[in-house]
Design a protein around this ligand. Structure first.
Ligand code: ADP
Ligand code: MG
Length: 677
């Protein structure tokens, strides 16, 4: 391969991508949407698969269902009027004929397809009614001798908010032409390789290169956590020892006894709070294990010292539910509680903010709105974050990097396998509630095919007849032709009519928060026997009288999500049921997932299985927020690298500060360098 004689541009990783040719404001913005701001961000944006366009496949060797690069002469071009009008090009390389079919085509295109012209096309072979064809292949027409095919595998980049593959290839081409030798903190040779592997690269070669990057990334993350952990232990904060014993008062009023596991965890939390070192504790507990009350006791402890607590939930529904619980528990003790959400009226919000700023309110429950600049706490001492698996690693870091360090309690209902706990939460102490409150009945889980919906309707009828309530979970709100998913609105109507119900509740993401909370309140107060909802009810919602949950299109959902959804029932003393409705035919994988759900209600078991089956996106990840966990590391396929990453991280951090810094610079969570930790 001859090198171009031209002088190479030295790569400056910190330059914004707008420095590249062809990147204007609109593209910059699109890139920003996927967290690509600098040239370095872009070079770290790696393909997730490749297409082989490195050699031309003789047409006689094309296999149905496979992709191929072909080249030949156009011998015919006709517009055919079949079921749908299409432009049909016939080409040949003298070994065989092949058709290229275009349903959408312009006059210009049509005239470019002159008989006798050479065309090169890349597509997937399928059997058409007139022989093998490519539908809408990528193609190029040549008037002169075509150049040799690309000397590398063609990258396919992960979904990129409307930035085309061609564009990405052109931009990464620019990057790969630069001189990166001065960017030693980056494994640029491996990155180059992954952007454009040689044609002969095997899957195992590519995976080895990815693993190398993944190891660096995991190591950097480990080092970042270690720094943070150390930093925290050197910090001081306001200790919160017991004084007024208000917790005891609540304990007596509660109406239930804490489980042994809750007691142990509570002791750990209260002990941490009494120290002048800021607590950072992860509280894991399966759905329904009773984490909220632990949070309430912690808030009481802070309040006894006249200090404030911020409780953050991922959705408004959940924030409101917590607000109701916290008010019911704390206000009788003389501890005022307020709600802070984005949808509050300005006047209301102002009053709330005032009371937090002057310290008259001690507990604020809210959504992420609670972390907005306008919300100032006079004497914040404790932050509690619920259902934290919804936050990504970067946000996770940001939360603990906020100037004054309060005590922090982070709660998650998604059990995290041990290896992952080490990798992701090494900077935290971990408590686990490992039992459910007594009297809980195991949830009877069944998988039922869509064709037997009638039985499901019967089950709902029985549930309602017993004075109990049911959820029906639909995956999407609007009919989507492509995916043919059920529409919540239509489902609600249908169910209302087949059950003869006047009111069926409907809850979906497009509703205003006010509407949502009205519906939730009506459901809680049993005014509504059946609630049809999208997956907005996924986390935390607690209505003990609901004993049946029907999950539609369960075959499309991840295990963690199914477990969460199922956890909406089984919260009272009555036996509960979960029906997983699926459409046939079931793939092997989906069948396996549904089987696991039927086998177990143990969140830890399910999480381990989930990790085995699909990587940890759902286990510890942030699928819902769309925030990426790691750039390259996939905790499912790279879990085996974790011990090595911890080892290497320890070594670097203790003996090679420079090496550690370089790794952090390349792969560390962004906040770390922004805050100059
Ligand atoms: P999660 O851990 O999923 O957040 P919650 O805190 O919402 O669970 O608790 C689920 C339900 O169990 C709530 O109605 C709560 O009041 C109740 N609960 C919590 N602890 C106990 C207990 N020790 N005994 C009985 N019920 C409890
Ligand atoms: Mg909860």
């Amino acid at each position: 391969m001859g090198k171009p004689a031209q002088k190479q541009v030295i790569a400056d990783p910190e330059r914004p991508i707008s420095a590249l040719k062809g990147v204007g404001p609109s593209l910059t913005q699109k890139f920003e949407g996927i967290s690509i701001v600098t040239i370095e961000d872009l070079i770290k944006h790696l393909p997730n698969r490749y297409e082989d366009r490195s050699h031309i496949v003789p047409m006689k060797d094309i296999k149905i269902g496979e992709q191929a690069l072909v080249q030949g002469e156009i011998v015919d071009s006709t517009v055919s009027f079949g079921r749908k009008r299409s432009l049909l090009i016939t080409i040949t390389d003298n070994t065989e004929y092949l058709k290229l079919r275009f349903f959408h085509f312009s006059k210009g295109q049509q005239s470019a397809f002159q008989v006798g012209t050479i065309i090169r096309a890349f597509g997937t072979a399928r059997m058409g009614n007139k022989g093998i064809e490519f539908i809408h292949p990528e193609y190029r027409v040549y008037v002169e001798e075509p150049p040799a095919p690309e000397n590398a595998l063609t990258p396919v980049y992960p979904l990129t908010s409307g930035i085309g593959q061609g564009r990405l290839r052109a931009l990464t081409d620019q990057l790969l032409k630069m001189d990166w030798t001065q960017s030693n903190h980056l494994p640029y040779e491996t990155l180059f390789y992954l952007h454009r592997p040689p044609p002969e690269a095997k899957d195992s070669d590519i995976e080895a290169a990815r693993s190398q990057i993944a190891l660096e990334e995991l190591t950097a993350y480990y080092i970042a956590m270690r720094i943070q952990q150390k930093g925290r232990l050197d910090q001081t904060t306001v200790p919160l020892p017991s004084s007024l014993k208000l917790g005891r008062v609540l304990l007596n009023e509660l109406g239930f006894k804490l489980t042994k596991s809750q007691q142990e965890v509570l002791t750990q939390v209260l002990k941490d709070l009494a120290k002048p070192t800021p607590m950072l504790r992860l509280l894991q507990g399966d759905v329904g294990s009773g984490k909220t009350i632990i949070a309430a006791f912690a808030a009481i402890r802070a309040a006894e010292q006249g200090r404030q607590t911020a409780v953050m939930a991922p959705t408004e529904i959940l924030a409101e539910q917590h607000y109701l619980n916290f008010s019911a528990w704390l206000e009788p003790l003389g501890i005022p509680v307020v709600l802070v959400t984005g949808s509050q009226k300005a006047s209301e919000r102002k009053k709330t903010e005032q009371s937090l700023a002057d310290g008259t309110t001690l507990v604020a429950v809210g959504t992420h709105a609670i972390f907005q600049k306008s919300v100032v706490f006079k004497k914040l001492s404790l932050t509690i974050i619920d259902e934290q698996h919804r936050f990504g690693v970067h946000q996770r870091m940001a939360l603990v990097n906020k100037g004054f360090i309060p005590h922090q309690l982070v709660m998650t209902a998604t059990p995290i396998p041990r290896t992952l706990t080490m990798a992701l939460y090494g900077n935290m102490d971990v408590s686990v509630i490992n039992e459910l409150p007594p009297g809980r009945q195991p949830i009877d889980t069944r998988a039922i095919s869509n064709e037997r919906r009638g039985e499901v309707v019967k089950a709902i009828r029985n549930t309602i007849a017993k004075g109990q309530q049911a959820y029906w979970v639909c995956p999407l709100i609007e009919e989507s032709a492509q995916l043919n998913l059920a529409s919540a609105g239509a489902t609600a109507k249908k169910l209302a009519s087949s059950l003869g119900l006047k009111t069926v509740g409907l809850l979906h993401g497009r509703m205003s928060n006010k509407e949502k909370s009205t519906i939730m309140a009506d459901f809680k107060s049993k005014k509504i026997p059946l609630l049809v909802a999208t997956t907005v009810i996924e986390v935390g919602v607690d209505t003990p009288n609901a004993t049946l949950v029907v999950i539609e299109n369960a075959e499309r959902m991840g295990l963690a999500q199914l477990h969460q959804l199922r956890g909406r029932v089984g919260r009272g003393d009555e036996p509960s049921h979960c029906i997983l409705l699926y459409s046939t035919p079931l793939s092997e994988k989906s069948r396996g997932r549904l089987q696991i759900m039927r086998d177990s209600t143990d969140g830890f078991y399910i999480a381990e299985k989930d990790l085995e089956m699909r990587g940890p996106g759902e286990v510890a990840g942030t699928r819902q927020t769309g925030e990426q966990q790691f750039r390259v590391a996939n905790l499912g396929t790279h879990a085996h690298l974790i011990p090595a990453a911890i080892d290497k991280g320890e070594k670097l951090a203790t003996t090679d500060q420079k090496g550690a810094d370089a790794l952090l610079k390349a792969w560390g969570p962004k906040q770390i360098h922004h805050l100059g930790v």
